[in-house]
Write a protein that binds this ligand. Structure first.
Ligand SMILES: [Zn+2]
Ligand SMILES: [Zn+2]
Length: 266
């Protein structure tokens, strides 16, 4: 039972915007956003980017996918996830939307012709789609959401269990009000996943694209008192050598850049 007191996060995909592959991406990985959180006997995926394709298909309890928002890089793995095609296998998908019908319609917009060869209803698995609300419980695990800062919308997601707290702040653009809101939401978290897609120079030419920088991650750490931070949503143009040199330049004892395949125990 002891292991259930811990929260285990597996980084399945940490690339932003579009997947990449090749030797230049071997260290940080090329799959788009997907993180598996195992806690309290539950299996909770944060986002369904191409990283979801590498996830296990069977679980003791039905897994849950929490979608931060509907941009394709956070959704592209769903249609190729083996469990969705398994007869009788239930997967619960929670989507930012006004009601359950809107949530389903939003997912079906990508997963139907002409953008996808088949419809969601053609998959053999039981995919249950519902609204990702402000607060919810998954077994004994608490989930809270808060408005982020991104074109369209993107929710900040907090997962809590047995005094362990994880905050997922992907696709987040810093700004006075938004950064204060995130700092409050992340207060004393054990781990924050923070969008650091751009260097400071790149950010200047990508204002209002909805992403942030590692330096803003440092500012957030100083404000919110979180214990650790992983920089996520790596730009598809950033090779391993670019990301390694940025991580080295940051030289912060509590902040690292997320690497696909790594596991973190809280
Ligand atoms: Zn994204
Ligand atoms: Zn986005």
């Amino acid at each position: 039972m002891e292991r259930f007191r811990h929260m285990r996060i597996t980084v399945l995909g940490t690339r932003g915007s579009a997947p990449v592959c090749g030797n230049d991406y071997a260290t940080f990985g090329g799959n788009t956003s997907c993180y598996l959180v195992e806690v309290g006997g539950e299996s909770i995926f944060l986002d369904a980017g191409t990283g979801l394709m590498g996830a296990p298909g069977s679980f003791e309890r039905d897994p849950v996918i929490l979608l931060s928002h509907l941009h394709a890089d956070h959704l592209l793995g769903l249609g190729m996830y083996e469990r969705i095609g398994l007869s009788g296998a239930t997967t619960k998908l929670f989507v930012p939307a006004s009601d359950a019908e809107c949530a389903r319609t939003a997912i079906e917009r990508l997963y139907s012709p002409p953008l996808w060869p088949i419809r969601l209803s053609d998959y053999k698995g039981n995919l249950q789609i519902d609204v990702l609300p402000k607060n919810m419980r998954i077994g004994d695990v608490t989930v809270e959401t808060e408005q982020g800062s991104h074109p369209g919308t993107c929710l900040l997601i907090k997962v809590r269990y047995a005094q362990k707290t994880l905050v997922y702040a992907t696709d987040f653009e810093h700004g006075e009000e938004a950064s204060m809101r995130l700092a409050e939401f992340s207060r004393n978290a054990d781990l924050v996943l923070y969008d650091g897609q751009y260097s400071n120079e790149q950010y200047e030419s990508h204002r209002s694209f909805g992403h942030s920088t590692p330096d803003e991650g440092v500012a957030l750490m100083n404000r919110c008192g979180a214990r650790h931070m992983l920089i996520v949503h790596h730009d598809p143009h950033s090779t391993d050598s670019t990301l390694l040199s940025r991580e080295r330049a940051l030289s912060h004892p509590k902040i690292r850049f997320a690497r696909e395949g790594e596991m973190i125990e809280l």
